[in-house]
Design a protein around this ligand. Sequence first.
Ligand code: PEP
Ligand code: MG
Length: 833
Amino acid sequence: MILSPDRIRLGASPTDKEAAIRQAAQLLVDTGSIQPAYADSMLRREGEADTFLGNGIAIPHGQRGDRGMIGQTGIAVLQVPAGVRWNGDDVATLVVAIAAQGDEHIAVLRRLTEVLGEESLARQLATTRDPQDILRALDPDAPLPQGAPAAAAMPAAGGLSAEVEAPAAAGMHARPARAVVTLAKSFQSAITLSHGGKVADARSMIALLQLGAGPAARLTLSASGPDAAAALEAMQAAFTDQLGDNDADPDAPAEAPPPPARADLPMMPGTVAGLPASPGVAVGVLFRFRSETAGFAETAADPAAERGALRAALDATRAELRDVAAEMTARIGAKHAEIFAAHAEFLDDPELVTEAEAAIARGASAPAAWQGAAERRAAALAGVGDALLAARAIDLKDVARRVLRQLVGPGAEAAALPDRAIVVAEDLTPSETANLDPAKVVGMVTSAGGPTAHTAILARAMGIPAVVAAGSGVLELPDGTPAVLDGDRGHLHPHPDDMALAAAEAAMARGKDRAEAAREAAFRPAVTRDGHRVEVAANVRQPEEALAAVAAGAEGTGLVRSEFLFHDRADPPSEDEQFDLYRRLAEGFGGLPVVLRTLDAGGDKPLRFVQHPVEANPFLGLRGLRLSLAEPALFRTQVRAALRAARHGDIKLMLPMVDGLADLRAARDIIERERAALEAPAIEVGIMVEVPSAAVMADQLAEEADFFSIGTNDLTQYTLAVDRLHPTMGARSDALDPGVLRLIDMTVRAAHARGRWVGVCGNMAADAMAAPILLGLGVDELSVSIPNVAALKAQIRALSRAKARKVAALALNCGTAAEVRALPGLLELADVA
Ligand code: PEP
Ligand code: MG
């Protein structure tokens, strides 16, 4: 057992944080989990990171390098009913010491994050006299206990009470709440404040903020205990004095704001503006990437030698692709490496190889024969008018270039990659991106491409700052030009002056620290400075990602792209097969919400086992839900599997590409019939808002859908009429366009008016400049790729909703996306990840 009764100590009263950590660690020493010196490691760790999660829970743990001192993974809980000061104003009442050798403790950690969201439960655990309460609450396999309102959260019985008024300027926001907490702690009596049917312990900042007491709201103050009269009097006086908030700017943070995280890199003359594709700042020199290979002769005299050379090049490319796939798996995960395994298939294509060998027999050189054959086949694939085959044509060109490089060597330029290179290219293929030497490349900028292109996705996964769609001017900048690349804002600054350079270097250093701090705080909820919570979830494609998502701090998944579970298969998966996948997803997320999107095939996501019609505009055709309704057997199978799996977790169904009520009703009808047949419990059924008509009709759709999630990738494509895969129009497809923002605003208002929640699961949610606007527009949940979760949570924690609202209002009234991105308030709010 990782946690057992003998690892729980109730009623402790350590004098300070160090004593608390040592006492908690001792429980692990006594039960044979760790060597005594591991306690020192836990204390050293505190110097590097804040382990306070919130709601009175702290999780001290040792430094990674000291895992050798752990005999056996263990967790111990020290209950400190009176609380022990952790950092700043944070007071810990449950000190959960963790000694982990591997991932065995993740399930308990995940459970802790649930407890964290249940304030009354956390309070109850802080004072319970029964260790079983703590064991049950942290047992990932048991249902989460309901927290009974703790005594302190009941209006202080039998005591004194009085009416008070919240500060007139801005109500009970963070600073006055903090003043109440500080004052309450100086008395022994139990003190509570009640408003709107809610009761808050005056020592709990979160509880006070959750009262939602607006400007001049009436509250009931109660106190009971030995010094109740004095407490009541002091509190009343403090309220009369507006809790120190009389001349305050309501948006001002309670403490001095942290220094800006990023460089102050204004648009200097010569700055090139593109679209942010991968965050971070890089300082380096420009290097124009040319994918050409060295020149070669068209003909050759010895066909046998040429045939041998081609075969050797094919073998060498096969080996190279295996190496690249292995390296990419290690660096960024198997999902991104699959594409290279798929490339290898072309090398065994008999028609392609036969065609090349026939050309060799006719006197062509091996490189000329190979290039000719590959180009003809790629053109044939691209010309069929089928999205799947067109994508394969790009892959074929990519792999053909690899073979050519084996035959004739790289172009002269490619060999000269300098240190700290900011690679400039028209666009990069996946293998070109993956082949870039990470020791030398510090940034990427493409003249074409878009933020949803492969380059952007791989750059993000590799952690290399990138800007796309910067226009053809970047291609004319000479090699060796010193430059700063700002992947957060989408800017390239050639020839930066000393001040800009220094600012960028400082931003890079701070960015590293921030990323580390964000990772450390990944399990803390994303609550803004003024007390507003936003759910941050992860987008996933398969059950295997659940653990990584939760470990990264995700509070569930806001988008399971289920079509990827069926990727590259000749036959549709059976109901049982799908049930197994969905059950594993639900269990992997351990009760956290799993928003399972039904098959979103068609458009840019063709499936082999679906008969996609030949369409001139596949994005405007049989896509998403339309396809599911056209293939009801396929849809029913998926729905049944999901309904069965929903017994194993919190699965919600989400319908993609809904264009109006007719399809929603038809789909709900099928879902309800399958549910009744299975006698399964009802589950929430929501829709993606990614077609403009859905946003416009959101008021009516909200009557019949349980929630909305805005797919900004498609919503942008359809609103601005720009193909999301268009090779040169990427710069036009900016989700911060006021046209898109107004549709989001419309959607959120319509949903909230009917009590529905709204998420955003498109790439926009991970754009540091978009997050404040989405928050300001009232979006309730953001779902992003796993590597972005911790940084987004950190960014939200540093924001104030009041400021976000102001900037969102300004954005809605801007004329263009560029104007939105240039809003000074926005730069400041984005300046925090
Ligand atoms: C979207 O369109 O924004 C979305 C999240 O769905 P996908 O990218 O899978 O089409
Ligand atoms: Mg979509």
